[in-house]
Design a protein around this ligand. Structure first.
Ligand SMILES: Cc1cc2nc3c(=O)[nH]c(=O)nc-3n(C[C@H](O)[C@H](O)[C@H](O)COP(=O)(O)OP(=O)(O)OC[C@H]3O[C@@H](n4cnc5c(N)ncnc54)[C@H](O)[C@@H]3O)c2cc1C
Length: 428
């Protein structure tokens, strides 16, 4: 499990990768875990078909399975049919490329720990290559041109963290490269579009002071080390981080949606107010004459998080929503196991209610923006906070949300280390 709100910090070395990761198996003796990819679901037989793959290779040659001819290697994968009483689909989403040519091949996503590791290595490697004696001035500028596509909270936070990394650590260590590096953020609409206007303006001001260029444009094509904007302008880059939002996984939109469950026009699983998955083309019941939809649900199958669309509500694809949905479902299932397994006689609980706790973003140089204008319940209700105060709110909020005490201790140690000794810039 990864704590994604701090992923941009790990991509720039403010926090170490392992400080925001937690193995699912760790400290959960009641849980049985099977690593594998769900292939399809047979709701009538209450079975999930999973392909379990064994980890291949190893860092040390021959270290995994090299015990001689008498002890053959296990197969690379096996198919398992896992039966269930109640099933919760929480497969998340994939990166959205909007089918723009070249994105998947030449841009770098920021969604998984492996992405953060690749980004961090690329930043350091590009600085090292730029300082190589035979690199020309033009090549230096291209290698150190960092482009972020997408001005939502992830893109903004990454640009801000990268600015801190370059200013505080890389620039002093590579004085010969002064003036070559640049950060641009490309966004078709407005930076932090879901935030209150004053906070958006503050972010723009901060970026302008930090020399982070903001280009209002759409990207038409990405090629190796250069992208083309829709007006034909070319932007060279040494690293392009693509952060333009998410799309449903093909397992959901193309397989489950067609076979067993109802999906919306984008391909999310449609769930009712109690997060039960609906049948495809579920026939309208009598109450629909009064324009109230009472769809048919699939017994014992629920869905939460980024892969879902709650009927009649527009919820953002955020960890806040996914976490609250998970907690709601766990509570209702424990209270009413016969409802959980889909018994028709079981009474339904009251529907899930989302409570927004605020939107936060780090904007660099120990400043942030916090939007509580849509919040009804906490001490900041209806307010906005910006600057250093928001940075403190941002760090404190994420610290309390980290999943384990080990990480809650590890992350402040990383912050402390970065503050006093800087980020690690070794290339390995
Ligand atoms: C960089 C970044 C920063 C973010 N910052 C914030 C933030 O500050 N605040 C906030 O609220 N939200 C934030 N989010 C969004 C948040 O991470 C997601 O909304 C949240 O993780 C969704 O949870 P989920 O359980 O639906 O999906 P995920 O967390 O994506 O989990 C889905 C899991 O399902 C697994 N899976 C996929 N397909 C299969 C399959 N076929 N079989 C088995 N397993 C499968 C995946 O490997 C994954 O582990 C951020 C996201 C990113 C990428």
């Amino acid at each position: 499990m990864v704590f994604t709100p701090l992923l941009a910090s790990t991509a720039c070395g403010t926090i170490e990768l392992r400080s925001i990761a937690e193995p699912i198996r760790y400290g959960r003796p009641h849980l049985s875990f099977q690593r594998g990819k769900a292939q399809t679901i047979f709701p009538d037989d209450k079975i999930v078909r999973v392909r379990a793959e064994r980890p291949l290779g190893g860092d040390v040659p021959g270290a995994v399975f090299d015990h001689g001819a008498d002890l053959p290697e296990p197969p690379e994968s096996v198919e398992l049919d896992i039966d269930y009483d109640a099933l919760i689909i929480a497969v998340g989403a994939r990166n959205n490329t909007f089918n723009i040519e070249g994105v998947a091949t030449h841009a770098q996503f920021l969604k998984e720990l492996s992405d953060a590791r690749a980004i961090r290595r690329t930043i350091i490697r590009n600085f090292e290559t730029a300082s190589f004696a035979a690199t020309t001035a033009e090549q230096r500028a291209s290698l150190l041109s960092f482009v972020v596509v997408g001005g939502g909270p992830t893109g903004v936070e990454f640009a801000a963290e990268l600015h801190d990394f370059i200013e505080e650590d890389l620039a002093p260590q590579y004085p010969n490269l002064a003036g070559y590096s640049s950060i641009k953020i490309i966004e078709g609409r407005s930076l932090l579009g879901a935030f209150e206007q004053g906070l958006r303006d503050y972010c723009k001001q901060r970026f302008s002071r930090q020399n982070i260029g903001v280009v209002q444009a759409n990207v038409a094509k990405v090629e190796k080390n250069v992208l083309t904007l829709s007006d034909g302008a070319k932007v060279p880059f040494g690293l392009c981080v693509w952060s333009t939002g998410i799309a449903p996984r093909r397992l959901v939109s193309e397989r489950l949606g067609k076979e067993s469950f109802r999906t919306d026009e984008w391909g999310h699983l449609v769930v009712d107010g109690c997060l039960r998955v609906e049948r495809p083309n579920s026939p309208l019941s009598e109450v629909d004459t009064a324009h109230v939809r009472a769809p048919e649900v699939v017994p014992g199958v629920f869905a939460i998080g980024d892969c879902t669309a709650v009927e009649g509500e527009r919820l953002a694809a955020t960890a806040q929503v996914a976490e609250q949905q998970g907690a709601y479902l766990a509570q209702q299932m424990n209270l009413n196991p016969s409802w959980a397994v889909g018994e028709s006689t079981a009474a339904s609980p009251s529907p899930f209610r989302y409570r927004h706790q605020g939107s936060l973003a780090y904007v660099g140089g120990f400043t942030g923006v916090s939007d509580f204008t849509q919040v009804n319940s906490n001490a900041f209700k209806g307010k906005t906070v910006r600057g250093f105060a928001s940075f403190v709110v941002w760090r404190s909020a994420y610290l309390t949300k980290l999943g384990s005490w080990r990480n809650r201790l590890q992350v402040p140690i990383d912050w402390f280390r970065t503050f006093f000794w800087g980020r690690d810039t070794s290339l390995f």
